[in-house]
Write a protein that binds this ligand. Structure first.
Ligand SMILES: NC(=O)c1ccc[n+]([C@@H]2O[C@H](COP(=O)([O-])OP(=O)(O)OC[C@H]3O[C@@H](n4cnc5c(N)ncnc54)[C@H](O)[C@@H]3O)[C@@H](O)[C@H]2O)c1
Ligand SMILES: *[C@@H]1O[C@H](CO)[C@@H](O)[C@H](O)[C@H]1NC(C)=O
Ligand SMILES: *[C@@H]1O[C@H](CO)[C@@H](O)[C@H](O)[C@H]1NC(C)=O
Ligand SMILES: *[C@@H]1O[C@H](CO)[C@@H](O)[C@H](O)[C@H]1NC(C)=O
Ligand SMILES: *[C@@H]1O[C@H](CO)[C@@H](O)[C@H](O)[C@H]1NC(C)=O
Length: 677
């Protein structure tokens, strides 16, 4: 790989073009930042340089500060890997340069990339470049003066919104907001930027130093009002994330004490946050997400993924139609097979409803929805299976049924076709027993609803070929899932790891702890809903069925709670029939249902585990630990048994499959007193 470097070239027009070269996104690694400092010094010194253009190689400006530097700080515990304040101020010195500097922005300018661009005296952009300050997603705040310059360029409320949401904007939006001075085609970008820089020098174009501007931030009282609203919003929506309020505070500091003071404050707060547990957690997630699709023996042996153009889904139930929806949204032709016209119609209607639901929520255009639905065909026999590249079987869990299907598939499908099953309880080797195609059989485990939930567990057996795994990973990415390759065991990676989760919650309830207290505490920890509301959502049938499976598989660590059976007997089935632990009305949040209390009492009586028949007394912290520590234990077993190939795969799978809060891995680090490597 080419070493990161900063190129420098002076043209006949007297413009020095400084180019950041660190493919693929010109991340601001330390050598790049040092190189920039040297190149700008050189440009200042040289008499033949009248003006400067700053740009990035390969059609991208810069993706931002090199995140691996922060990971290194976490791993070594040594903050001296971070650039010191003089480097922080490199953007200030660019801005204060006696020669005009123009940023020529193509592709993306994110984080430190945009911060550099904002230190320039003007910004010329190619169409549809991505501009944003996404630092908060990593548990830190923007650096290099980003918290100070963005409000001064585009106004406080839009700047606060961009930082707090981490959402990028396009150069076209940037042009309207005043972040970008002109948009020109990528071919013209350098030429137009050189000209612009010269014109600044000749005072034909304004020489703007963003940090010195005050015209866009309004009066102090207006600013305070904007910041007050932002703080309220943060406290309401993301109370767990310290970087959010810290960011607002730093912005305010600059408004009250001036931009330069703001830059120094920003550097100070950045240094504190970078070593926070939240940043450790989120940066771990950033790299884990990238590692997950690298599978030794599959993605590193020179295989090329084969094209999957046409897929078949067998079974149009909830799972099957969700899977079919995901496939057609990924532009893959799908034939959906059912056993009779009535079920087929129901499946197709479900798929249409899935797609239309996305349109209604503004997630998909009508045009794209129509295009996706045009890729779907319903069938009642195998006549169209002659040219499919992939079959995903999603019928009920019935061994002989699945065996029949797979031996039929072997006869009808082309020999390259991948044969996947969504089974969770039947051994894949047994499924494929009556075939001689075991090398192309794998498991594809989606999470419900399959067209929305982002995780895909790909289950390999000893016999599944590397090519088949690679193809499934590729299809998974095409349909916008995060694929994780796992080994066979009851529950696979996520459900096995989390079976003690609802079990722990039930144990606590039978020991006398309040259901709603538990849900609230788990929500406060950062899960979107608590374990009991989750059971309401899935329906009790699912919970009863899965706990039976786990009871059989892990009889040494099972707690049997009578509660679910009692709830079902009393006519409850969770959200489905509007009667669960909570009352579900059409609008508004679910409300705790006081009428379940006698049922819980009955469960406690039957279970009879309360010491002296009295509810135990536990702290909030203990409750959270009694639910999550057994999950951590189980995660260790999953790792030990080789169900996942690395611990970080399970981190991502838990975030995506169980909504484990991604900024909460600090909980684990402090538990083990370890770092995230
Ligand atoms: N400096 C910051 O505050 C900050 C914050 C978030 C994202 N980013 C950068 O924004 C860009 C887009 O991120 P995304 O996740 O939305 O897009 P993405 O997932 O498409 O990633 C874009 C590219 O970033 C590369 N990348 C991987 N490790 C990196 C690293 N250590 N430093 C820089 N780039 C790395 C990836 O390989 C990929 O090619 C990335 O370059 C990312 O590093 C920067
Ligand atoms: C597989 O699909 C069937 C039919 O939709 C469904 O009943 C079953 O729960 C699915 N299995 C898994 C593990 O999701
Ligand atoms: C399972 O499938 C087989 C073959 O299709 C069928 O004969 C049998 O009745 C099914 N068993 C159950 C429990 O549904
Ligand atoms: C898969 O796991 C199940 C449940 O633990 C087990 O019965 C089966 O033998 C396993 N199959 C393989 C191929 O390892
Ligand atoms: C995992 O759990 C979910 C919900 O609890 C359930 O719908 C699904 O069938 C389970 N899958 C497996 C593989 O156990």
């Amino acid at each position: 790989m080419a070493l990161p470097k900063v190129d420098f070239e002076v043209g006949a027009d007297g413009v020095a073009v400084i180019t950041m070269c660190n493919p693929p996104v010109n991340a601001l690694a330390i050598p790049i930042i040092m190189g920039l400092k040297n190149r700008f010094d050189e440009a200042a010194r040289r008499n033949d340089v009248k003006a400067i253009v700053l740009t990035g190689k390969g059609g991208r400006f810069s993706g931002g500060f090199d995140i691996s530097v922060m990971q290194k700080v976490h791993r070594t515990g040594d903050s001296s890997h971070l650039p010191d304040v003089s480097v922080e101020l490199v953007v200030n010195s660019i801005e204060d340069s006696k020669k005009p500097v123009v940023a020529a922005v193509a592709g993306l300018a994110l984080g430190g990339g945009l911060e550099l661009a904002m230190g320039c005296h003007a910004r010329i952009a190619a169409p549809r470049a991505q501009l944003g300050l996404p630092e908060l997603t990593l548990g830190i705040i923007p650096g290099f003066g980003g918290t100070q310059r963005l409000p001064r360029l585009i106004g406080l409320s839009k700047a606060v919104e961009m930082m707090l949401t981490s959402k990028p904007i396009t150069s076209e939006e940037g042009r309207k907001l005043g972040l970008i001075d002109a948009i020109v085609s990528s071919e013209e970008l350098l030429k137009a930027s050189r000209l612009w820089a010269l014109e600044i020098g000749e005072r034909c174009k304004p020489w703007v130093r963003s940090l010195h501007r005050t015209d866009k931030i309004g009066s102090l009282s207006e600013a305070r009002e904007v910041l007050r609203t932002a703080r309220q919003q943060v406290k309401k929506t993301v109370p767990h994330l310290p970087q959010q309020l810290a960011c607002v505070d730093v912005i305010e500091h600059g408004i009250v004490h001036g931009g330069y003071s703001g830059v120094l404050k920003e550097a100070e707060v950045f240094k504190q946050l970078v070593v926070s547990d939240t940043a450790k957690g989120l940066i771990n997630v950033f790299f884990s997400q990238r590692a997950i699709s690298k599978v030794p023996g599959v993605t590193d042996i020179g295989l090329k993924p084969r094209n999957v153009k046409k897929a078949a889904v067998i079974g149009g139930g909830l799972m099957g139609s969700g899977i079919a929806t995901a496939l057609i949204l990924g532009n893959i032709h799908v034939i959906l097979k059912e056993i009779n016209p009535e079920f087929l119609l129901k499946g197709i209607k479900t798929i249409e409803a899935n797609v239309n639901g996305l349109v209604r929520r503004g997630k998909l255009t009508k045009q794209k929805a129509d295009a996706a639905l045009s890729l779907l065909r319903g069938v009642l026999d195998y006549s169209e299976f002659k040219d499919v590249d992939l079959v995903i079987e999603a019928v009920i869990e019935n061994i002989s049924l699945k065996q029949t299907i797979f031996s039929d598939l072997e006869k009808i499908c082309p020999p390259h076709c991948i044969l996947a099953s969504n089974t969770s309880t039947i051994d894949l080797d047994v499924v494929g027993k009556t075939t001689s195609s075991q090398n192309r059989i794998a498991g594809a485990h989606f999470f419900s609803p399959a067209h929305i939930m982002p995780l895909l567990e790909i289950i390999r057996t000893d016999k599944t070929s590397a090519q088949v795994i690679l193809d499934l990973i590729t299809v998974g990415k095409i349909i916008k899932k995060t694929p994780v390759v796992v080994g066979n065991c009851t529950g696979f990676a996520v459900n096995k790891t989390f079976f003690p989760y609802s079990q722990g919650a039930h144990l606590l309830v039978n020991l006398g702890v309040d259901v709603f207290r538990i849900d609230t505490l788990i929500r406060n920890f950062g899960f979107p809903i608590g374990p009991f509301q989750l059971q309401d959502l899935a329906g009790y049938g699912v919970a009863v069925a899965t706990s039976k499976v786990f009871a059989d598989a892990f009889s040494d660590r099972i707690f049997k709670s009578p509660l679910l059976d009692l709830l079902i007997k009393s006519g409850r089935n969770g959200k489905n029939n509007g009667k669960g632990y909570y009352i579900y009305e059409k609008a508004g949040k679910p409300k705790p249902d006081p009428s379940i209390l006698p049922i819980i009492e009955e469960s406690r009586r039957l279970c009879n585990i309360m010491p002296n028949g009295k509810p135990i007394s536990v702290t909030d912290q203990e409750i959270v630990e009694m639910i999550l520590f057994p999950v951590v234990n189980e995660a260790c077993r999953v790792l030990e048994d080789g169900v996942v190939i690395r611990a970080s795969d399970l981190d991502i799978a838990s975030v995506l499959g169980m909504s484990f809060p991604n900024y909460r891995f600090d909980f684990l680090y402090s538990l083990f007193k370890i770092d995230n490597n």
